[in-house]
Design a protein around this ligand. Structure first.
Ligand SMILES: N[C@@H](CCC(=O)N[C@@H](CS)C(=O)NCC(=O)O)C(=O)O
Length: 270
């Protein structure tokens, strides 16, 4: 595997498109088996939990309560340089970025397969979910629900400012810092991106059970948590009959029950 130095702490294997981090917190390098740092209410964590469950893999849970800012510590930033959940540690190797993690899990633990025959088309759904996270999902979810719940105290804010080096994330969190709120332009942009995404999803689900056809794949797992948290934020899905049918189907899946509902029974109550 060819690794390209990305930052002092992260390497990106272009060949495999997975983000592997060299942690400064060396404690995780001796971990055996699969360990997941995750948040109950985190949609990105939900997709990784669902994948682990679909595959019947044993994993050790390291739950971080985002409301208590348990992710904003020197120890955790030493594992995930963005201070975000999820982080997967597989026999000491640290993986970040949820859509890359589920792809990695399916490649590394291939049975049962969650990969569509048309892998390129499936991966486009994962790439789209990843691409809309900061410009659309995060602002919509924070503005409509979690910004008030996740308000930082001045001590937490100073800790965050000292630890966070990622400018995109700093800029995002500055928008709801203290008494600041998201602008109308931020919200309109988020809503436009979400509408385009869900129009595309509605179209893809025409006449088929799952996003890639009759096989349940990583594409569904990538998008189910997005749908789940947006329902909890009151996003209007009335005009999307195919998406509503898809949701009725995924709600029956044990991986949805155990990977999502067990940790977060109702996102509207977060
Ligand atoms: N691109 C990352 C995004 C991860 C992310 O934004 N995680 C959220 C929860 S879904 C988080 O840790 N939020 C805390 C924060 O923004 O500080 C991924 O897909 O893993």
């Amino acid at each position: 595997m060819r690794a390209v130095r990305q930052s002092p702490r992260a390497t990106l294997s272009k060949a495999k498109k997975m983000v592997v981090v060299i942690p400064t917190n060396k404690s995780v390098e001796s971990f055996e088996g699969l360990h997941l740092y995750h948040g109950a209410i985190s949609n990105c964590s939900m997709r990784v939990r669902m994948t682990l469950i679909e595959k019947g893999l044993d994993w050790t849970s390291h739950h971080l309560d985002l409301k208590k800012k348990e992710n904003i510590t020197k120890e955790y930033f030493g594992i995930n340089p963005n201070g975000l959940v999820p982080t997967l540690v597989d026999n000491g190797a640290v993986h970040i970025e949820s859509n890359d993690i589920i792809d990695y899990l399916d490649e590394t633990y291939p049975e049962p397969s969650l990969r569509a025959q048309d892998n390129a088309a499936m991966m486009e759904w994962l790439a789209l979910a990843a691409a809309i996270h900061v410009p659309a999902i995060k602002p919509y979810v924070y503005a409509n629900k979690v910004a008030v719940k996740l308000k930082k105290t001045s001590e937490e804010q100073s800790r965050y400012d000292a630890l966070q080096k990622n400018q995109e994330l700093k800029d995002f969190h500055d928008k709801h810092k203290g008494s600041s709120t998201f602008s109308d332009a931020d919200i309109t942009r988020a809503e436009t991106i979400l509408r385009e995404g869900f129009d595309k999803l509605e179209q893809a689900l025409t006449g088929q059970t799952w996003i890639m056809g009759e096989q349940y794949t990583l594409a569904d797992i990538s998008w189910i948590p997005i749908h789940f948290v947006l329902v909890g934020c009151g996003y209007p899905f009335d005009g999307y009959p195919n998406i509503r049918r898809w949701a009725d189907n995924f709600r029956t899946k044990p991986s949805f029950q155990d990977g999502v509902l067990k940790w977060c029974p109702d996102f509207s109550l977060v």
